[in-house]
Design a protein around this ligand. Structure first.
Ligand code: HAM
Length: 430
């Protein structure tokens, strides 16, 4: 039997108000920060040839287990993007812009993850990528930009950094790591032993206590960095110190994607549950552009999880929004077609957030709507005002009301708003 009602699929949500306004606020804030640091926006497609994402590394869950993949009607193998970095690198190889190429992005990603609070199958990220520079000072700038977003939001986060060294030194380190874990194999969980077969690096951030205890004593990559990588990591630390960005060096930090080398980092929010407390992360991926058929250009960037960051803000009691959605509620008791209609349009054109009631509701019902909206000011027009060519401007907070000539609407509303603490733009931080 055909179903007649539907709900969102597991791991997906409708983002309703006020969360939708918070999301918009965060994206706008991030876009402004990125643009102010010389980044241009990129809006890549939401799906690509599956091979673009396969280059992220078959050993990562994102590729091996979580891709939303399908064949389109033209017989192409396609996947919804699980992240932006691969698409940005693909775009770089496609257009070959001048380097360093600095881009920022915002949008949804898709991962067939196990849904829970803070872990969704469709989730949003904002992020940046820079392609074409090896300079470790750039790593610092990239990290500092993420930190600046959290600071602007007023959200306290913890930053962990690590260096994964160069790809050239990776096989030797992986061997050291593999033999260490193999010699401790009887203490590892079954899942960890399976991971060991695929990628021993991923065992370093094992979450099960029995595995974590063994990982904690593993030989660290920081002890086997090549001189170049070691010098670069020292520059990153000095740079962060110079910018007074707090961090801890965590040699157990490995990221869920396989393309990283040298600097990696992750931000976590203490207010969230440990398994989902990573609010953003990134690092260098110096071989990815080449793996996608492009020139051997290095890259560095990060992505911030918008959904989790907003959850963390909520947990920290940060509203990110002003109290009301609008500044003015227009109450039209005349019932004339062109009264309320014309007033809200005039206010909106003047940049004042305004709304009204519909369906010829009673004065009392409209007053209720005005109260519920939280608008600090109401504009009221009844038969008296209409006959006298005036409007009444009422302070909803103070209860005072004055009648002014119709031509003084904007002046009177603005002064009413100023007295109530100024117009809110809907994106104020409180
Ligand atoms: P990622 O660590 O996979 O890195 O994702 C970055 C952030 O996206 C995470 O820290 C988390 O906040 C959020 N996130 C990831 N998966 C989910 C999910 N299922 N539900 C909710 N939020 C999620 C990347 O995506 C890399 N592309 C970052 C990067 C850019 N590295 C270099 N450049």
């Amino acid at each position: 039997m055909a179903r007649s009602t539907f709900q969102t699929l597991p791991g997906t949500r409708d983002i309703l108000e006020p969360d939708a306004s918070r999301l918009r606020h965060l994206v706008t804030l991030f876009g402004d920060l990125a643009a102010g640091a010389g980044f241009g926006q990129i809006v890549p497609p939401m799906f690509e040839d599956i091979e673009v994402f396969a280059r992220l590394g078959e050993a990562s869950d994102v590729v091996s287990k979580e891709l939303y993949s399908f064949e389109d009607k033209g017989g192409r193998s396609i996947a919804l993007r699980p992240e932006f970095t691969a698409s940005v690198c693909r775009a770089f190889t496609q257009y070959r812009p001048t380097t360093p190429w600095k881009t920022w992005y915002a949008g949804s990603n898709f991962r067939y993850d196990k849904p829970q609070k803070g872990r969704y199958r469709q989730f949003d990220q904002v992020g940046i990528e820079v392609i074409g520079s090896h300079d470790p000072q750039l790593d610092v700038e990239v990290i500092a930009l993420a930190q600046r977003l959290f600071d602007e939001l007023g959200l306290a986060v913890e930053l962990r950094i690590n260096s994964l060294g160069d790809f050239a030194g990776r096989p030797a380190y992986l061997e050291t790591l593999r033999s260490y874990f193999e010699s401790n194999a009887e203490g590892l969980s079954e899942a960890a032993r399976a991971t060991l077969e695929v990628n021993p690096l991923r065992l370093l951030d094992a979450k099960r206590p029995q595995d974590a205890a063994i990982a904690a004593a593993a030989p660290t990559i920081l002890d086997s960095l090549a001189p170049d990588a070691e010098a670069a990591f020292a520059t990153v630390r000095r740079g962060l110190d110079a910018l007074k960005v707090d961090y801890v060096v965590d040699p157990l930090l490995v990221r869920g994607l396989d393309y990283y080398n040298r600097t990696t980092f992750e931000f976590s929010a203490p207010g969230l549950e440990a398994a989902q407390n990573a609010v953003g992360g990134g690092g260098r991926y110096d071989g990815l552009v080449e793996a996608l058929g492009g020139p051997a250009e290095p890259g560095v960037g990060f992505a911030i999880g918008v959904d989790r960051t907003l959850l963390a803000c909520e947990a920290a009691g940060l509203s990110l929004l002003s109290d009301s959605a609008v500044d003015v509620w227009v109450i039209d008791a005349t019932g004339a077609v062109d009264t309320g209609l014309v007033l809200v349009e005039e206010l909106r054109r003047a940049g004042i957030r305004a709304d009204r009631s519909y369906d010829g509701r009673s004065l009392k019902a409209q007053m209720k709507n005005a109260n519920r909206s939280g608008a600090p000011v109401a504009v009221i027009v009844g038969e008296d005002e209409l006959a006298a060519g005036t409007v009444s401007v009422r302070s909803m907070t103070g209860g005072t009301q004055e009648q002014v000539p119709r031509g003084q609407l904007l002046t009177a509303v603005r002064s009413g708003l100023a007295q109530s603490g100024g117009p809110k733009d809907g994106e104020d931080r409180t």
